[in-house]
Design a protein around this ligand. Structure first.
Ligand SMILES: [Fe+2]
Ligand SMILES: [Fe+2]
Length: 363
């Protein structure tokens, strides 16, 4: 137990930073969300232009400028609605982890776990405020957006699966381990959105503040994942965790992906429909986009984003303690197999991963 307590010492440093951040949640999130005025968006974007769904496809080129902007803004809504929902899901697990830690482990570690719940709750509130304003601007309702986003119930499945594993294991280490892949994927999109030249300033400020909080949450996931593995006594338990992580990480993505699902397809097609494209045409456009018919290669920003995610996952796998070379090679194969486009981009075209400058609260 003493080793485990010492191993989680990094959470004390995270909590010291959070102690300051928590007092500024209102100012960092709610104030810019309240100030955001969708009627004054003009030509401001809410998502990286090149990462807008269907960017560069014939269906995109056929859209008038105002509909291109609408699709860009709805891509933001359809990305941040699941982000808000995923954060509500993680809150359930964060607090369950805090509960176990209050009972069995170091209360200071538990306080930090519970602190993330406070932060996520404010993030969720800010995202919903923005999303509702964007929808109002386009005469759409939240119900219409939710109906178009058919993958939302996956968040409930995520909580149920990890609650079951947590109950069986008596801790939530495995949840933090998998959360790292979600954190990296979210960071990739969010940092590109912040860097988008025509971003709306209020949303940019919220996303910058969010990226700073989430960088800390990612340190929590990364640190806890490694400690969790080193605490597992048997090689079998570690191998099961690594097997699960590799397949989970291989299924997380931005842009187009080999392991795409019916749910992703449904969300993309219905969002295009909200922009006025008839269902049959939207379905055809989706298949051509997914199958790389018109654009075999992703737009440069998407490609560099996918390379970034892949590199982050591979370096995490390389760092995992107590995992043998055969399992690490297997994990790399699984993740690279799903990201073969990014592997090719690196090998054949020398595509470099995205590089992000440090963020600070001061503008
Ligand atoms: Fe968040
Ligand atoms: Fe988070």
């Amino acid at each position: 137990m003493a080793t485990a307590l010492a191993s989680y010492d990094f959470t004390r440093r995270l909590k010291t930073v959070s102690d300051k951040d928590v007092n500024e949640l209102e100012e960092n999130f709610l104030e810019p969300a309240r100030a955001f005025d969708a009627s004054k968006l003009g030509d401001h974007r809410l998502f990286p232009w090149e990462m807008t769904w269907f960017y560069g496809e014939p269906v995109w080129d056929a859209l008038p400028e105002d509909k291109k902007l609408m699709l860009n803004r709805l891509t933001f809504c359809q990305s941040y609605l699941p982000t808000a929902v995923a954060e509500a899901a993680t809150n359930t697990l964060n607090f369950a982890a805090a509960l176990e830690t209050f009972i069995k482990d170091d209360p200071e570690v538990a306080h930090y776990m519970a602190r993330e719940v406070v932060e996520e709750t404010m993030h969720i509130q800010a995202f919903f405020l923005i999303i509702r304003k964007v929808l109002d601007h386009y005469g759409l309702t939240l119900d219409e957006l939710r109906a178009a986003n058919v993958s939302l119930p996956m968040a409930t499945r995520f909580v149920q699966a990890h609650a079951l594993v947590g109950w069986l294991r008596g801790d939530f280490d495995y949840y933090y381990f998998t959360r790292f892949a979600l954190n990296v994927n979210q960071k990739t999109v969010e940092r590109c959105t912040i860097d988008e030249p025509q971003m709306d300033p209020c949303v940019k400020l919220i996303l910058k503040n969010h990226a700073i909080d989430e960088a800390r949450h990612m340190q929590m996931s990364r640190g806890t994942g490694k400690v969790a593995l080193s605490r597992m006594k048997s090689a079998f338990a570690r191998n099961v965790a690594c097997f699960g992580f590799a397949h989970f990480a291989a299924n997380i993505f931005i842009g187009r992906h080999k392991k795409d699902s019916r749910l992703t397809k449904g969300t993309r097609v219905r969002t295009l429909e909200l922009c006025g494209v008839p269902r049959a045409e939207a379905e055809r456009a989706y298949l051509a986009w997914r199958d790389r018919v018109n654009q075999p290669e992703d737009p440069p920003l998407v490609q560099a984003g996918r390379v970034y995610y892949l590199k982050q996952m591979i370096s995490y796998v390389d760092e995992l303690p107590g995992v043998g070379p055969r399992m690490k090679a297997y994990m790399r194969r699984v993740i690279e197999g799903a990201y073969d486009d990014a592997v090719l981009a690196m090998q054949r075209r020398g595509t470099k991963p995205l590089e992000f400058a440090d963020l600070s609260r001061v503008a």
